[in-house]
Design a protein around this ligand. Structure first.
Ligand code: PLP
Length: 315
């Protein structure tokens, strides 16, 4: 079978409680989620520490959010949180990986295909693979160019923004493809009343007059784990972080803007809608927070104890 071109095959994938060879991790064409998108997933990263060990970042928070997404979709996960956390560790070990992107997915298997079907099996898979900087190494260093999308985030009662639900990502894919085609790296989505919500796969922060601002959880945004990590680190560093709504022009007037996400980590935004943001490079506060973020996830050579050991699950 042809492998997806950007994904390097690994040895094993965890499927419904068993580690199976990569090529055997397949589904039937009548898989319910393949048709309607009722499923939930997570994106988790594990990093190599200075001592050569690997640690999965905030695994319990990711698995908790997976269960919350399933609660929204009314899917009963046939495993406990502890079993899925252990399965993530086991899958990394089975593939001899200390650094990886982990993709747990809960989906409705084959059976009936009606919208109201309730009898389909709830299946769980965990795949791990290598994935470098999502918005590029240069993007991490210098910042990226972003564009406000013509697609908006679904209204609060049409999209369940607190769930990382498969079908909802059509909105993100359309927005991302639109801006890539126009020559930008990432899409910023407004909500149904025109306030800034988030990027296609990241939360968004601005820095203005030394203070940070990010949309509140009452907005149509995912409750990002990186968002919460960065808010915690920023407050520990003495910065003020305000969670409040703002319009797109406040982004244009910001001194700094950055995105947060497990895949994108903490990526500076140097330009939005062809307007230079601040000095048009990674700003000083963004850089400080980025350094603190990478120290939290990867550790720093010569530092014995991580600042937040509760965020790490060693592999
Ligand atoms: C739409 C959306 N917003 C925000 C995020 C950032 O969330 P996290 O920091 O938990 O990865 C993601 C990625 O998971 C996402 O898909």
């Amino acid at each position: 079978m042809a492998q997806p071109s950007t994904l390097k095959a690994v040895d094993k994938v965890w499927v419904d409680g068993h580690l199976v060879p990569f090529a055997e991790a397949q589904v039937h064409v009548l898989t319910h989620t393949l048709h309607y998108g009722v499923g939930a997933f997570e994106g988790v990263r594990a990093y190599k520490r200075p001592d050569g060990s690997g640690a999965i970042f905030r695994l319990d928070d990711h698995i908790n959010r997976l269960f919350q997404s399933c609660q929204i979709c009314m899917m009963d996960v046939p495993f406990t949180r502890e079993q899925l956390m252990q399965a993530c560790v086991d899958t990394m070990r089975a593939n001899k990986m200390v650094e990886a992107y982990l993709r747990p997915l809960v989906f409705l298997g084959a059976g009936e295909l009606g919208l109201g079907s309730t009898g389909n099996p709830v299946r769980v898979v965990i795949a791990v693979y290598e994935w470098g900087a999502y918005l590029g190494e240069e993007g991490l260093r210098r910042g990226i160019r972003a564009k406000v999308s013509s697609f908006t985030r679904g209204a609060l009662n049409s999209t369940m923004s607190k769930g990382k639900i498969c079908g909802q990502y059509v909105n993100s894919v359309l927005a991302k493809r639109e801006v890539l085609k126009a020559g930008y790296s990432e899409a910023i989505l407004l909500d149904s009343i025109g306030q800034v919500a988030e990027a296609s796969g990241e939360n968004i922060f601005l820095v203005r007059k030394g203070k940070l601002k990010t949309p509140p959880l009452s907005s149509a945004i995912l409750e990002g784990i990186t968002r919460e990590t960065v808010i915690t680190l920023a407050r520990e560093m003495g910065f003020t972080v305000e969670e409040s709504t703002f319009a797109r022009d406040e982004l244009y007037l910001a001194d700094e803007v950055f995105f947060t996400g497990t895949a994108a980590e903490l990526t500076p935004v140097r330009e939005i809608d062809d307007r230079k943001i601040g000095a048009g490079e990674c700003g000083p506060i963004t850089r400080k927070l980025q350094d603190a973020y990478f120290e939290a996830v990867k550790g720093r050579a010569g530092t014995e104890k991580p600042a937040h050991p509760e965020w790490l699950t060693f592999v």
